[in-house]
Write a protein that binds this ligand. Structure first.
Ligand code: HEM
Length: 155
């Protein structure tokens, strides 16, 4: 199992595969819900915690809602599409300013919780690979451009 993270070339929208069916088969919905509950607890405490509610009840709502997307993405019931009416995660993230650094923080939290899950490497790897590539699509702020703008402003 390798938790490698490759760099996002800003603007690139690389193609990706959804996780293999064995991931959800091995995890089951309950374990997946627990995984995301632990994940959002970590995220709320992380460097991207400012994006998320700090109130426990509000965070519980996020956990319950967001995991529907992951169940569906892993080949399970279409709970997310049924609730929201679409499956467009990229549009959903447009409202937040997400840098490569934020993406890496997100993936770092995911690595931490995924390491504790006891399923086959094949299943885990296919979930990780999906997240690693898919998350590139959520990056919508070019850190390098921001730095250059700062340098220009400073003169
Ligand atoms: C693999 C990559 C990612 C996936 C699959 C993903 C998935 C999701 C899903 C399913 C939702 C719920 C959307 C809805 O409201 O219906 C969500 C919301 C959100 N995501 Fe992501 N996300 C990813 C990466 C990121 C990253 C890198 C950030 C960085 C900050 C981020 C920040 C957020 C925030 C702030 C919300 C809104 C939470 C709220 O409702 O308060 N996401 N994401």
């Amino acid at each position: 199992m390798h938790y490698s993270v490759s760099k996002t070339n800003f603007g690139d929208k690389p193609s990706f595969d959804y996780p293999k069916p064995i991931f959800l088969e091995e995890m089951g919905e309950e374990k997946l819900k627990k995984l995301f509950s632990d994940f959002y607890d970590l995220v709320a405490d992380s460097d991207i915690g400012n994006f998320f509610p700090q109130d426990e009840k509000e965070l519980d709502k996020i956990k319950a809602h967001n995991v529907k997307f992951f169940i569906e993405a892993c080949g399970g019931e279409k709970h997310y599409t049924n609730a929201v009416g679409h499956f467009d995660m990229l549009k959903t993230h447009e409202q937040f300013s997400i840098t490569e650094k934020a993406r890496r923080e997100w993936l770092g939290c995911m690595e931490e919780v995924l390491r504790k899950v006891d399923i086959s490497d094949e299943a885990k790897q296919s979930f990780w690979d999906f997240l690693e590539v898919f998350s590139k699509h959520t990056v919508n702020v070019d850190e390098r451009q921001e730095l250059e703008d700062l340098v220009v402003k400073k003169g």
